[in-house]
Design a protein around this ligand. Structure first.
Ligand code: GTP
Ligand code: MG
Length: 210
């Protein structure tokens, strides 16, 4: 994909401040510190455009990145960050839930997992939720530079088993720092966008036929 323009369109937790509905949104979910913001920076080839941090809990709002005016990548605040109060955690849960359950433009939710760590309880909950809403269930296994390529498959199998992933091909090892599998992630995003465009035109033809 050629990035002509990448723009941070909104930073908010409030539905009234979300950008207008109408173009496809792909959301990134995952534990705090897993590398969601880093993935966005790598995709659009900009350093620290999406703010990243060694400290977990950096992204605490929903950040909408508009790409080429065609679609949005949505950076969700990370879960599982221990050092927050119960009240803050509740606020987070409400914010995410509102977005995930009410957003019409949302077409895919991709789960990010650190390739080295066995998925935890929150990851499992998130993935089950993603599947229950009928999303495809793509997983990006981040920080793949931290293990050798020869070991990727072993870690992918652990993720597959723990989260009961239908197909290994849904799990993509990725490294933001070394740009490993960047092309593959882009191809996957493109296929998501195409699939939803086809669906829209199919829906249209069906309505016209009626
Ligand atoms: P929150 O905003 O807290 O939810 O975190 P996040 O998921 O956005 O993580 P972020 O992108 O800020 O990355 C967290 C840390 O992991 C940073 O120190 C990154 O430099 C590091 N990191 C992210 N991706 C990679 C990667 O592919 N390889 C390596 N080695 N480090 C990475
Ligand atoms: Mg972040």
């Amino acid at each position: 994909m050629r990035i002509r323009k990448a723009e941070l369109e909104a930073v908010t937790g409030k539905p009234s401040q979300y950008p207008e509905e109408g173009i496809t949104e792909i959301a990134l979910a995952g534990r705090s510190n897993v590398g969601k913001s880093s993935l966005i920076n790598t995709l659009i080839n900009r350093n620290n455009f999406a703010r990243t941090s060694g400290q977990p809990g950096k992204t605490q709002t929903i950040n909408f990145y508009n790409i080429n005016g065609d679609f949005r990548i949505v950076d969700l605040p990370g879960y599982g960050y221990a050092k927050v109060s119960v009240a803050e955690r509740q606020k987070w849960a409400n914010m995410i839930e509102k977005y995930l359950t009410s957003r019409q433009s949302l077409k895919e939710v991709v789960l990010l997992l650190d390739i080295r760590h066995e998925p935890g309880e929150h990851d499992k909950m998130m993935y089950d939720w993603i599947k229950s809403f009928g999303y495809k269930g793509y997983i990006i296994a981040t920080k793949a530079d931290k293990i050798s390529k020869g070991q990727w498959q072993k870690y992918v199998s652990i993720i597959k088993k723990k989260l009961e992933v239908e197909n290994t091909s849904l799990i993509i090892p990725f490294s933001a720092s070394k740009k490993l599998n960047l092309e593959k992630v882009w191809e996957t995003i493109e296929s998501m966008l195409e699939m939803h465009e086809e669906k829209i035109s199919l829906d249209k033809t069906q309505t016209e036929d009626e």
